[in-house]
Every structure is written in structure tokens, then in C-alpha cells.
Design a protein around this ligand. Sequence first.
Ligand SMILES: [Zn+2]
Length: 400
Amino acid sequence: MLSSKHYWDDPMQDEFSVNITSCTAQDGVYHIAIDRDVIRAEGGGQAGEKGTIHSGSDTIKITNTITLESGAMLIADAPVQVGKEVTIKIDMEWRLQMMRNHTAEHLFVSQLKRINPDIDLGYIWIDGDAGTVEILGTTEINQMFEVEKEVQLRINERHPIISSLISPEEVTSKVRARDGVQTKHDQIRIIKIEGVDESACSGIHAINTSDIGVFKIQDIRIYDESTRVHFVTSKKAIELLAYVFNEALARKQMYPFEMEQLGMVLDKAKKTSESREHLMALAVKLLAEDTRFETVNGIRFTHLFLPGFDTRDLRMCLKALPTHEKSATLLFSPGQKSSIIFWVNGLSHPASAYVSKIVEEMGGKGGGSKDSYTGGFGEAQEPQVIYNKIVQMIRKNLVT
Ligand SMILES: [Zn+2]
């Protein structure tokens, strides 16, 4: 018979006296079994619980709780003597957050099924950090936002959550089947979110939907035949919302825009970035076709001052430039952090021999292989002055 468990009846009790029934070393950790079912093992899409074992003056960490054929097993970082009576303390931060995330999953799935009754569920994972629900079939991103809104409404409405054990004959069509249904037992545990949802489940739940506080979808990944929704709740959701909002707020001071226009600002950034790619490709093509160069000591010396180029653009430019038997090429991108690439072909010294000294003298850093030297300047005061000095020095070094 399916009997009730401590963590179902009183999930707030966090300390228990138990006896160690077995302890074995396994792959660098210890599998410890205890005589009471007081800590929930991984199962039904929910992560295992964590905590500590207190034995005399020793504190042993429980990093996870798993289910083996022999029963629930604590994964611990040190051994405990079999037969010993110890105290187990549950990691309540992890448990409470898992209760909120898991209850949020009940709400999310129930609201999703209300809006779109035809969907099926795949993978589910809930732990003390976040929750992931996989939806099979096609979904739309806006529908996920609609579900999110409904979940938050159910949280705000403060629905009590009640669990009960019933016989299979008592199960009505209202009850939603989900992972962890205890069909092998003669009793089924039903979780009722009053007025919202009823489902069979063996997990630990919040006492009221309001315990969840805030529900926020963090990511939606749409694949060909499924969608994975990743969500956070409570303080993690508040931290996420504050982080994203403040990232925008900090920039609002620098480039004035209204918060309502954030989507438009991002669209514009994407467009600008695409246009820049096109312009850069064109600029590189033009440079490659008509590069000014000077001849020093029989060596073709090309040097270009290229505002607006980043290191990637400089490399693209270098690749596009025509190669010559004896050549030295300097590309310099000025900016708050200026960068240089110097490349040699068919010369008697490695690239660094021509530039590293002057770069370092002017407060820059760099390095590279035989043919190329890449460097940069932290807070370059006058990039044009630095550039001119490097060109002069290279000219001098090419002669010697
Ligand atoms: Zn549940």
C-alpha cells in the first residue's frame, strides 16, 4: 500500500533522526541508505534532494538523492558508520525552490492544456534552480507568453494546494495523468490546485499558488517537432527580470529611447549589424583592389589606418590583400582599444622583430607566430600618433 511520507505531510520539517542501514563507496562518492523515508529521491521529473548528515562533530554533505533498485540512496561526500544514529538536515533552500518550481510546472501544463488541449508533453525536469518542460508538436511563441500570463494570474489568485491518496476507482476524468503516476500501488496520490487542476503526482508541492511569487519563462527553444520551455520562479525570476530590465535601463541613459521601444531598438541593431557586414565586405574588396604601398629596401610595405574595423575585420582584410614575394603589411584599427596586425612574407626576420619593441614602448601588448604579429593598446590616447610611430619604426627596421 502506498503510504504517506513526511515530505508530503509536512514539507517544512527539515530535521530528522535516522539510522544508517548501509554505506558503500562508489566512484569517488558514498551511497548511504537510511531507515526512514524523509528525503525525496530523484524521480517523476524532479531532482533529488540535498542536505547534510550530522554524526557527532562531523558534518557530511548530501549532494543528491537517487533511487536504486534497493531503494532511495543518499549520495554523500564522506562515509558514515553503519548502524549509527545520525541527524539529517534537509537543504530547505533547494527543497522550497523545487516545491515552487514543481508547482509552477503543474500550473504551466494545466494552463497550456486549457489553451491548447491537443498538445502532448515530453521531457520534464524540475530542480531547485529552474524547470524545463518539453511540448511535443507545434507551438507558437506568443501562445507561450499567453500561458505565462495565465500562470501568473493563478499565482496571484492564491489557490490552495491539497494532496490526497485515493483508490484507482475514485480517479475521475478530471484528473490529469503525468509523470510519476503510482499505478503500481493500490492508491494514487492526487494533487489538487483548487479550482485550477487535479493531477496524479508523487512530488512535493507548495501549500498555496501564491508561494511561487513570480513565474517567468527564461527561454523558449523551438525545434521542428517540439518546443522546450525553460522557466524560473520566485527570487530567481525577480533576479532575472531585474537583470534584463537594468541592462536596458543603463543604456537608456546613454542613448535615449523609451522602454516600450526596446523591441524596435533590438530590430534596428540587427539591421545595422547586417548593413555593417555588407559595408565591411565592400570596403575590404575596394582596399584589396587598390592598395597604396611603398617600397622599402625592395620590400613591398603596405600600411593602412582603418577606423571602424575590429580584429575580425582586420583579419578578413589581410586575407583579401594580394600577396607578394617580399612584403610587410601593417593594419591598424584605432579606437578606445586600438589593435594592430602585422604580417610579413619572405623576410629574414619574424614579424615580431619589426614591431614588438615599439608596441611595448608605447604601452601596448602583443605576440604571434613567425609570419604574423597581433597586438593591442589598452587606453590609447592618440591612436594616430601611435600608428605613425609604428610605421616609422617598421620602415627603419626593414632597411636593417
Ligand atoms: Zn506534482
